[in-house]
Each structure stands twice: as structure tokens, then as C-alpha cells.
Design a binder for this molecule. Structure first.
Ligand SMILES: Nc1ncnc2c1ncn2[C@@H]1O[C@H](COP(=O)(O)OP(=O)(O)OP(=O)(O)O)[C@@H](O)[C@H]1O
Length: 252
């Protein structure tokens, strides 16, 4: 299967001169097209930094990041932002949305920026996605008039607008109660079944247990991995137990 991302010996450091610290200390990672992966590890181990490096959101100090055949460490900022905008989707713990726009307008805003002529088609697609994730009746709502779970669904719609090849999620269920979190994970599983790869950073064993592969980080390195069969809605408790055992083994 084709690799959508190849990270080769990535080094990322923060700090100045002799105070430099490697937050990513030679990380190599490959993600296959359509794969669903999670990254776990203690706070500060470098999970978000790895996500930022692999998505070209942040530069690296060493190594290579190849996305869909393109070396992200070689392309300019303009091209990089074009790649992110057209081929990647991003979901964070709290979706950043504009208060003066309703839910629908927030979802379509990034797609409308340079494609105003297609406004009706863009809105139609957004409505279809909103229907699909169960917020079809909320398009006119203000972002302050919906629940955290509903707002996150809107964030997912926004991330899906450009049919991304991969969705990066940094603690996407971190602010949700367990019911909403499960519903959001059901949506992620559906998106993945359609062929979109996903990479989620999470502290939650229940979230990670639904993925195909979990990478465990410590001190800027991937120290272990757990492969799981594709989640088919069954045996979640068994999967969570397996993840929990591994977390203990790795020392999380
Ligand atoms: N812009 C920055 N400048 C300096 N240090 C940074 C910067 N971004 C991250 N770090 C440091 O890099 C380390 C890894 O951060 P990162 O956010 O990747 O960890 P994480 O594993 O995602 O943690 P958490 O689970 O708490 O979100 C931390 O020690 C953090 O303080």
C-alpha cells in the first residue's frame, strides 16, 4: 500500500544555542493511505510536535517529511499552506470558529476564500456533511448556541470540506464527555471506512483502542507500537484492555 506520510529521522528542537533540547529526537514514522493511527505518550513527550512536523505546520531541524510523494522540508511556505489546505484536514480539542458567523458559514469559510464562484456547491457540500454527522438542523445557529459535541462535529465537517487524504486530530475528544466522545469516534471510523487516513493524538485508551495502530512516545522518541485489527464495532473492552496493558508496559 502507498504511504501517505513518511517521516524519516525527524529532529525538532526548541530553545536557544546551548540550551537547545530535542523535542523530537530522530523520529521515523510511516502512515499508509487510509490507515487510522493514534499517538499516545506522557505529557510533553512530543506528540503534538510530531503531528505539527508531519503536517508541515511546523518546520523541522533535521530529517525529512514526505507527504503524498512531496518532500515538505523542501517546499516553500506558500506551497506548503496550499498542500495543507487542499489535502489535509485538522481537528483540535476546541474548534476555533468565528463568533460573528453561524455554524454553516464557519464550515464553509476556508473553502470560500478563493472559490467564491462555487458558493452554492460549497454550501451544498457543507449541508450534506452536516446532515451526515447529525447537525443538519443547526446550520443557522450561532457557535455559542450549540454543545461542545455539536461544535466538534462542525469542526469535522470543516476538516472534510476538501476531501483530505489525511485528518490530523490533536486531542479531538479531549473536551467532550464520554458519550459525545464515542459518537465522534463513530464518525471518525466512518470517515476512515471511506478511505481517509487519520492520525489522532490522544491520552484516552478508549479512543486509541478504535484505531489500527498506536505509536507510543517517550522523550521525543517512538518507543513502542501496538497493532490492532480494524475496528468493527465489537470487543471494544478487550481492545481497551490491550491498550491499557501496553500503556503500563511503556510507562504511561
Ligand atoms: N514552541 C515551543 N517552544 C518551546 N518548547 C516547546 C514548544 N512547543 C513545544 N515545546 C516543548 O516540547 C515538548 C513537547 O511538547 P508537545 O506539545 O509536543 O508534547 P505532548 O506530548 O503533545 O504533550 P501534551 O500531552 O501535554 O499535549 C514540551 O516539553 C513542550 O514544552
Amino acid at each position: 500500500m502507498k504511504k501517505i506520510i513518511i517521516g524519516d529521522n525527524i529532529v525538532k528542537s526548541f530553545g536557544v544555542e546551548d540550551e537547545q533540547r530535542n523535542v523530537l529526537d530522530g523520529v521515523s514514522v510511516e502512515i499508509t493511505e487510509g490507515e487510522f493511527v493514534a499517538v499516545m505518550g506522557p505529557s510533553g513527550s512530543g506528540k503534538s510536535t510530531l503531528m505539527f512536523a508531519l503536517s508541515g505546520m511546523d518546520s523541522v531541524n533535521g530529517g525529512k517529511v514526505v507527504f503524498d510523494g512531496m518532500d515538505l522540508t523542501e517546499v516553500g511556505e506558500k506551497e506548503l499552506s496550499e498542500i495543507r489546505r487542499t489535502k489535509m484536514g485538522f481537528i483540535f480539542q476546541q474548534p476555533t470558529m468565528l463568533k460573528n458567523l453561524n455554524i454553516l458559514d464557519n464550515i464553509i469559510l476556508p473553502s470560500m476564500r478563493d472559490n467564491r464562484k462555487n458558493a452554492p456547491k460549497i454550501s451544498e457540500k457543507a449541508r450534506m456533511l452536516m446532515e451526515r454527522v447529525g447537525i443538519g438542523d443547526l446550520e443557522k445557529r450561532d457557535i455559542t448556541q450549540v454543545s461542545g459535541g455539536q461544535l466538534q462535529r462542525a469542526g469535522i465537517c470543516r476538516a472534510l470540506m476538501n476531501n483530505p487524504k489525511i485528518i490530523f486530530g490533536d486531542e479531538p475528544t479531549g473536551a467532550l464527555n464520554s458519550k459525545s466522545s464515542e459518537e465522534i469516534m463513530d464518525i471518525f471510523s466512518e470517515i476512515n471506512a471511506d478511505g481517509t487516513a487519520l492520525m489522532l493524538v490522544t491520552h484516552d485508551a478508549k479512543v486509541a483502542a478504535r484505531t489500527d495502530r498506536i505509536m507510543f512516545m517517550r522523550d521525543g522518541k517512538i518507543v513502542s507500537e501496538l497493532k490492532l485489527p480494524k475496528f468493527d464495532g465489537k470487543d471494544i473492552e478487550v481492545r481497551v484492555d490491550e491498550v491499557t496493558v501496553k500503556m503500563r508496559e511503556v510507562g504511561i
